[in-house]
Ligand binder design. Structure first.
Ligand SMILES: [Zn+2]
Length: 105
């Protein structure tokens, strides 16, 4: 582990993407089509660094048809969403868990 917190392998510039990102609230509309709850209010646990935080705090890159959400702590990919004309592909392999707040039954 690098005690300075610098990790050149996670440097966005080194990975060739310098596109400005939006916060995780950009996922609200696209994910609302799949989930009946507001997933941006959920807490995800990063599979890469195990930090936890609200989905709204993820860094989202891309456009509505292809979004990549990265961890704000380690820059690992937490989820990917691809919207085809008749199917949505959601890859959450970068999230160990998703805690979704629900109203009491
Ligand atoms: Zn992380």
């Amino acid at each position: 582990m690098d005690p300075t917190g610098d990790n050149p392998t996670r440097d966005p510039v080194a990975h060739g993407y310098q596109e400005a990102y939006q916060d995780g609230n950009a996922l609200a509309g696209p994910l609302a089509e799949i989930f009946a709850v507001d997933v941006t209010a959920a807490v995800s646990r990063c599979a890469h660094c195990r930090s936890e935080g609200p989905v709204a705090g993820l860094r989202v890159y891309g456009r509505a048809t292809a979004l990549v959400a990265r961890c704000p702590h380690c820059d690992g990919v937490v989820l990917r969403l691809v919207r085809a004309p008749d199917t949505a592909w959601l890859d959450m392999s970068g999230s160990l868990a998703l805690a979704v707040p629900l109203g009491r039954a």
